[in-house]
Design a protein around this ligand. Sequence first.
Ligand SMILES: [Zn+2]
Length: 342
Amino acid sequence: MAAVWFSLFLCFGFLFLVLEASIGDRDEIYRTCVKQCEEKGYVGTISITHCKFPPDDAHVNSSWYMQEPLYVEWKHLNCRSECRYHCMMQRETEKEAQGLGPVKYHGKWPFKRVFVFQEPVSAAFSALNLLMHFIGWLSFFILVHYKLPLRPQSKRTYYEYTGLWHIYGLLSMNAWFWSAIFHTLDFNLTEKLDYSSAVALLGYSLILSILRVFNVKDEASRVMYAAPVLAFVTTHILYLNFYDLDYGWNMKVCLVMGIGQLMIWSVWAGITCHPARLKLWAAVFGCALAMLLEIYDFPPYLGYIDAHALWHFSTIPLTYLWWSFIKADAIYRTSTQIRKMK
Ligand SMILES: [Zn+2]
């Protein structure tokens, strides 16, 4: 059964890979539009100020910052992204008039912008996820450090996974922060930061699932379990950032790590007599369902809400459920340990 699930997800992964190579930016009219826009600084009647560069001899009179290489680079980046956006919108309007549906450009659906927000809905949902993780982590922090009893000598928590969940909370908030930034401003740098943070979180939560499910408590064994995953994830992040941002390969790595931990948790939820196993089941099942949204990819409804935005929405209640399981686990482990000591 597990093998079937696994291969099914991998197949969908390939489907996603095929969709990733975009039809939109291969269109000749679109390409010509972007090229002309970058040269002349306008699309139709829209003028793009970022594409207006002073002639070489004018540099002498312009402000110092305008000669800074970083400023010029930033202007070029803005020019390109503005041109791509307006050409895409123009092309999509033309195609709509011909009765043709939307296609992807540079791996993404044509979204309507709101102020500086390139994908406003996904950005807003990412911010809400960040907030939910913060609330969840804060209530976990208060629970283990102030509400539950502490070990009399060391004043440390009875719960053996406190530190690990703290790191999990930080990595989650970091990942959602960069996700919100990336959906606001899609640049090479923000994209890499978003991908790297997501991979780091996925890898770490895989380690955490192994440590919790197999009840690994002593430091030496924890390091032994974590080392191979940690080494792989680090290499993968370095590969994405400094060698090749390969979407297809990254998608496969993420799917394998994601499905891996879902299977570990679900098998454990099936055999354990943990009092919060139903919560765990619900969270794992919800995650698997939500993952389908990431795989079943549809164009944005009204130019705003696509499958990816819905996937970011679906993780908001799941985050609440997940932290609620973590807190239940802390209460359960603490009470069992105290009972053992008596
Ligand atoms: Zn996203």
